[in-house]
Design a protein around this ligand. Structure first.
Ligand SMILES: C[S@@+](CC[C@H](N)C(=O)[O-])C[C@H]1O[C@@H](n2cnc3c(N)ncnc32)[C@H](O)[C@@H]1O
Length: 465
């Protein structure tokens, strides 16, 4: 973030504009929409007339700028802008200089004006065209009827502040009210009726019931979150998350949500599963909206099933929002289809980790079925047991040259892929030494892997020929 957008209350405060031509009239039109007392100095031609402003056809004295909430200097010519800026500096006023951001203290962002609600898009003065384009997109997403919602919120804020003293309670009530029929009524312009309806609802309200949402965060790339996951993250009071959820995703969550980390600590110990259950139950019983955020999908090797059972047993309302599981994310990112009419008619997701964590005895599985040709096997948590897995597959008929693609940190900026085969898997893994989460895609489809998509198409074409 290059600049911090702040907001400047302008009720009963003075804004001074010094400038000329369209640079000045554009800024004057902007400030005429605020409650500020406006004073304008136009030291060069042409003079301007504005009913809302006190206009002087000369340069100001420094004393006339002292005490202003903001001085705006708006000239096309840099020398004139420098002169205006020097005057403002001598009066120690907060200064904005249009088109010459280096001369001022603050930049005016691109603004979406919805009455009491104003949204600023700031680029630190570096890319005003980008700011304007972003504003255009936000303008279309926030309909003009939001003016009424903002008026409604303004009218409700005083009575609510008096009626509900506790800040957390008040925040929750706001969240409920803004989703309520009263808000819908406000959108139609019936702001007074909407405020009455909201206040009646608040007087009759029941204590909020806690809820837990198990939410899949996907394999890492934040753009792979579902819209629902994004909404739940933006509404959560508490987020309980673990190691597979990266900062890029946590950055999208509500800023003031409480964040409880239950992943592996430096000591390499995870919080025991039962303790996670207790934590989820405890937080929900406090009436909070809890998001249990998990890498990939909560129901694919994510212990989501156990958490749902524990929450249901405790009588807690629980919902599941799926995420893109690592196998799908990694396959897409590497350009490897998990099924393909010519190479694999089925796919199985397997964990390489036994329940008791014994790496030498990974899996009680039907290895002859898993070793069938034209079948794709995706192994989660299989790096430590890769050698065992490869030996069993070869013992049950898979050829040593069966390709294996190892994908580490799939879909993230530091994604790493290594192509091996069953015969060389152990040594390849020893050399590559993956440190991040990694999975193995085993089977004919892995031969379609090519570092570039063009390469992938070429291989696929050859396979068809
Ligand atoms: C406990 S499992 C969780 C799986 C998760 N619930 C899912 O649906 O993807 C953790 C394993 O998933 C795999 N995994 C998760 N994210 C990954 C990623 N970004 N790249 C590669 N493998 C990943 C690794 O095998 C890791 O050891």
């Amino acid at each position: 973030m290059l600049a911090l957008p702040l907001s400047l209350p302008l009720e009963n405060r003075q804004v001074v504009l010094i400038g000329a031509g369209p640079w000045l009239t554009r800024k004057l039109a902007l400030f005429a929409r605020t409650p500020a007392q406006l004073t304008v100095f136009t030291p060069i031609e042409p003079q301007i007339i504005n009913a809302k402003a006190d206009v002087h056809g000369r340069w100001p004295e420094a004393a006339e700028l002292a005490g202003a909430a903001l001085v705006v200097v708006a000239f096309e010519d840099r020398e004139l802008a420098e002169k205006g800026a020097a005057l403002a500096r001598s009066a120690q006023a907060l200064l904005n200089v249009v088109d010459f951001p280096d001369l001022g203290d603050v930049h005016i962002p691109a603004i979406i004006d919805r009455g009491p609600l104003s949204i600023g898009v700031a680029t630190g003065g570096t890319a005003p065209v980008l700011a304007r384009e972003t504003r255009r997109r936000i303008e279309t997403a926030i309909p003009p009827s939001e003016v009424h919602i903002a008026e409604f919120a303004l009218a409700l804020s005083g009575p609510l502040r008096t009626a509900i003293v506790n800040v957390d309670d008040r925040r929750r009530i706001w969240e409920d009210v803004l989703q309520s029929p009263a808000a819908e009524l406000a959108r139609t312009g019936k702001v007074i009726e909407a405020v009455e309806l909201a206040l009646a609802g608040i007087a009759d309200r029941q204590p909020r019931q806690g809820v837990v949402h198990l939410v899949g965060a996907g394999p890492g790339d934040p753009e792979l979150l579902t819209l629902k996951a994004l909404r739940l993250l933006s509404e959560a009071d508490v987020i309980v998350y673990d190691r597979l959820v990266g900062d890029a995703i946590m950055d999208l969550a509500r800023r003031d949500s409480e964040r409880l980390y239950v992943g592996k600590a430096r000591s390499n110990h995870s919080v025991p599963q039962e303790q996670i259950h207790d934590l989820l139950v405890e937080q929900a019983r406090l009436g909070k909206r809890v998001v249990r955020l998990k890498g990939g999908d909560p129901f694919v090797f994510g212990r989501g099933g156990e958490e749902v059972e524990a929450l249901k047993a405790a009588g807690i309302d629980v919902h599941v929002t799926p995420g893109i599981t690592a196998a799908l994310g990694c396959a897409a990112s590497a350009g490897v289809p998990l099924t393909h009419r010519d190479h694999a008619q089925s796919v199985t997701f397997v964990t390489g980790h036994s329940k008791d964590g014994d790496h030498t005895n990974p899996l009680m599985l039907d290895w002859s079925a898993l070793s069938a040709p034209n079948h794709t096997l995706v192994i989660y948590m299989g790096v430590a047991t890769a050698h065992e897995i490869a030996s069993r597959l070869m013992r049950h008929g898979r050829l040593p040259d069966t390709p294996v693609l190892i994908i580490e940190n799939g879909t993230r900026a530091d994604e790493r892929r290594t192509l091996a085969n069953l015969g060389t898997l152990e040594t390849t893994i020893a050399t590559a030494a993956p440190k991040g989460p990694a999975l193995l895609i085993i089977g004919e489809v892995a031969s379609l892997y090519s570092p570039s998509v063009a390469g992938l198409v070429e291989t696929a074409v050859k396979a068809h020929a």
